[in-house]
Design a protein around this ligand. Structure first.
Ligand SMILES: Cc1cc2nc3c(=O)[nH]c(=O)nc-3n(C[C@H](O)[C@H](O)[C@H](O)COP(=O)(O)OP(=O)(O)OC[C@H]3O[C@@H](n4cnc5c(N)ncnc54)[C@H](O)[C@@H]3O)c2cc1C
Length: 400
């Protein structure tokens, strides 16, 4: 299965991508990380500083998986609202989960500040509006609950929304502490910096498969070599065998356009991230070079269509949605693609040790907040490996 079809934007922004060799002889390590996307990159970066011997492999080039299709909205708020989580998992765990996401955002900010490359990271607010009058109540409920538990949140009525953005919506909440990023640059930079540590080795074009567990080591084979590893982490994204592991996940397809640059965002206050209560939702953000990235129109099918004519049909729908908000822009879709998108059924990602296989872990960023999940997920996996525990590991465990 191909994870996306069409023309991606982020790869056009990347010059001088580092190259890593293909694995061609047997190796041993403490931690083998399979998959050099957002999850694998963050984990490698964190483990590099723990002085553990780490091998990171990817069957393709670094950062070419779903992380290159990611639209780069970083938000502590989830596709499932806090008050909805409270109804399914109870208030205490719902707040604990939102706090994990909030801390994941804080962690991403700290990392962005220390990376040497410019990863086009900007702090942003997010506007989440009621798509219909029927959703006003849910927005108010969400505002009350986020406020009660000290998350940075503001309520906007119809007038305030119109004043700030120039479009009419019934009600909205505005969260702070969010951000935008060039996700592919983030992945490439994390791996570049981690690979400078002598305890980290990175191999591209190296697909691996599990063989067996023997004498305290997992054995994995690639085309040309065997890797012996004490701990193994699957950071394989939507291509993982999560489905065969019976984790409750679903794979859909979604569409994205990136427009031509726009000369001024005067009526788009703070160039905040914008999304809505309708499902599937429409969302948009701006880029460092003044483009608009817009996405949505999700469908319950795994692989995106290949035919450019079909993709252009979706692009026109997304352009129409942007213009419903900002009719003043002269827009065309410079980049159009469709991509596979994975979610868990309960809205919580799957992160942790395999309950049946010792020292085998999964760090899977399933969900609209995949990057934030990869951020706190990589910390959980790091601590499970180095300390044997993490206080919030039970929330995201695989056998829940
Ligand atoms: C269109 C779209 C928009 C999105 N927008 C956002 C957003 O705005 N904000 C957000 O937070 N999240 C977003 N996401 C989600 C986000 O992209 C994912 O959560 C994230 O990319 C997952 O990263 P990953 O490292 O788990 O997977 P990937 O980036 O797919 O990396 C997995 C890697 O594993 C490798 N691999 C797989 N099997 C093997 C094997 N056997 N051997 C070796 N290598 C292997 C693959 O080659 C791949 O490089 C979006 C996703 C899509 C598709």
């Amino acid at each position: 299965m191909s994870l996306y079809h069409g023309s991606l934007y982020w790869p056009t922004t990347i010059k001088d991508k580092p190259k890593y060799p293909k694995l061609n002889k047997d190796r041993s390590c403490e931690v083998l990380i399979i998959g050099a996307g957002m999850s694998g990159a963050l984990l490698t970066y964190k483990l590099a500083k723990e002085s553990l011997d780490v091998i990171l492999v990817d069957k393709d080039r670094v950062g070419n998986g779903s992380s290159s299709a990611n639209t780069g909205l970083l938000q502590y708020s989830n596709d499932k609202m806090l008050h909805s989580f409270a109804e399914t998992i109870g208030v205490k765990d719902a707040v604990r989960f939102y706090r994990l996401c909030f801390n994941g955002m804080e962690e991403l900010k700290r990392i962005a500040e220390t990376l040497q490359d410019d990863i086009q990271f900007e702090n942003r607010q997010s506007l989440y509006y009621a798509s219909t009058s029927a959703d006003i109540l849910a927005i108010k409920k969400e505002y009350d609950m986020l406020k009660k538990y000290d998350f940075p949140i503001e309520f906007l009525d119809e007038d305030k929304i119109y004043q700030s953005y120039g479009f009419k919506k019934h009600a909205a909440i505005r969260t702070s502490n969010d951000a935008e990023v060039n996700p592919q640059k983030l992945v490439i930079s994390l791996i570049k910096e981690a690979s400078q540590y002598s305890n980290v080795q990175v191999f591209e074009k190296t697909e691996v498969q599990k063989l067996y567990y023997q004498d305290g080591y997992w054995l994995f084979k690639s085309e040309d070599a065997i890797i012996r590893a004490k701990h193994v982490v699957y950071a394989t994204g939507y291509e993982s065998d999560a489905i065969t592991m019976n984790m409750a996940t679903k794979l859909n397809r979604t569409y994205v356009i990136v427009t031509n640059p726009v000369s001024s965002f005067q009526q788009w206050e703070d160039r905040c991230l914008i999304w809505e209560t309708k499902r599937p939702y429409f969302y948009m953000r701006t880029t460092y070079d003044g483009r608009i990235v817009a996405g949505g129109l999700d469908e319950e099918m795994m692989e995106a269509p290949k035919d450019p004519k079909i993709l252009n049909g979706y692009a026109n729908n997304l352009l129409t949605r942007i213009k419903e908000h900002f009719p003043q822009f002269q827009l065309q879709a410079d980049y159009v693609y469709g991509a596979t998108f994975g979610e868990s059924v309960d809205g919580i990602p799957f992160i942790g040790e395999d309950p049946k296989q010792k020292n085998l872990y999964y760090c899977l960023g399933f969900g609209g907040n995949g990057t934030v999940y990869s951020a706190f997920g990589s910390t959980i996996i790091k601590e499970l490996i180095t300390k044997g525990e993490h206080p919030d590991a039970d929330l995201v465990r695989l056998d829940r």
